[in-house]
Design a protein around this ligand. Structure first.
Ligand code: SAM
Length: 232
């Protein structure tokens, strides 16, 4: 996120300069709009999976990749002790302006405090970037858990994105794992450096968890191949 276009867009929205949405695309899909208001959603506008994750949260909670801080704000209003972190400076500036009290520009791998609940929401597995890095992230997340702590993460099985009109799959079995995508973001005609963004089917997440000694349970399925999982 070298240019922090994501943060710029959040700042524009927060400062009443909303004129355009973010444009996203991937190596396997065309351009799509990511509406800025969605990144400022309140509880009733959130997908059921996110609502469920907030309802299951307990104790001292870390919101990883908090964006504008929507999930943290909800928990803070419910008197939770919350910390919200993001690598985007613009996002953290916005989270602060919106009233998130404990928030910091920080990469999850540099976090050292421990928590009862760790939230990774809006395809939380994206932050792991690629399959070869999952173990590093999961081990680190595990080290940040208090006894009886939990990690709540959502992701999707994106196999459906490889389906052609006849229902056939065109996944190249010699290529990398099908959930590893190159992700492109642009905003107001400016292009962000390409990023890696990982979608995980539940079984792959569960296997990765087992390899680092974490239990992995599916909490619920979402509407479109997405799911919420609890790791502990
Ligand atoms: C899809 S956005 C989700 C934002 C927010 N959770 C929401 O649901 O609206 C992913 C966020 O993760 C942040 N991020 C990516 N890698 C990160 C890392 N290693 N540590 C902390 N935050 C990260 C990005 O800057 C971005 O704000």
């Amino acid at each position: 996120m070298k240019k922090d276009l994501f943060g710029k867009a959040l700042l524009d929205y927060q400062n009443d300069n909303y004129t355009e949405d973010l444009i996203t695309s991937t190596n396997i899909s065309d351009e799509d709009e990511l509406p800025l208001p969605y990144l400022f959603r309140d509880f009733k506008e959130m997908p059921k999976l996110e609502q469920k994750a907030l309802k299951l949260s307990k104790g001292k909670t870390l919101d990883v990749g908090c964006g504008s801080g929507s999930h943290s704000l909800y928990l803070q209003e419910k008197e939770f002790e919350v910390k919200a972190i993001d690598i985007s400076k613009g996002a953290i500036e916005v989270a602060k302006k919106r009233g998130v009290l404990n928030t910091e520009v920080l990469d999850i791998l540099d976090e050292t405090e421990t928590f009862d609940t760790i939230l990774l929401l809006m395809n939380g597995s994206g932050i792991f970037q690629e399959l070869s890095q999952i173990a590093t992230y999961l081990k680190h997340l595990k080290s940040l858990l208090n006894p009886k702590g939990q990690i709540l993460i959502d992701s999707s099985d994106i196999k459906y994105m490889y389906q052609d009109e006849d229902g056939g799959l065109w996944i190249d079995t010699n290529a990398n794992y099908y959930g590893e995508l190159d992700y492109y973001l642009s905003y107001k005609k400016d292009h962000e450096e390409p990023m890696k963004w990982l979608y995980l089917d539940f079984d792959t997440l569960k296997l990765a968890c087992e390899s680092v000694g974490l239990q992995c349970e599916k909490v619920m399925d979402g509407k479109h191949f997405d799911y919420l999982a609890k790791l502990y």
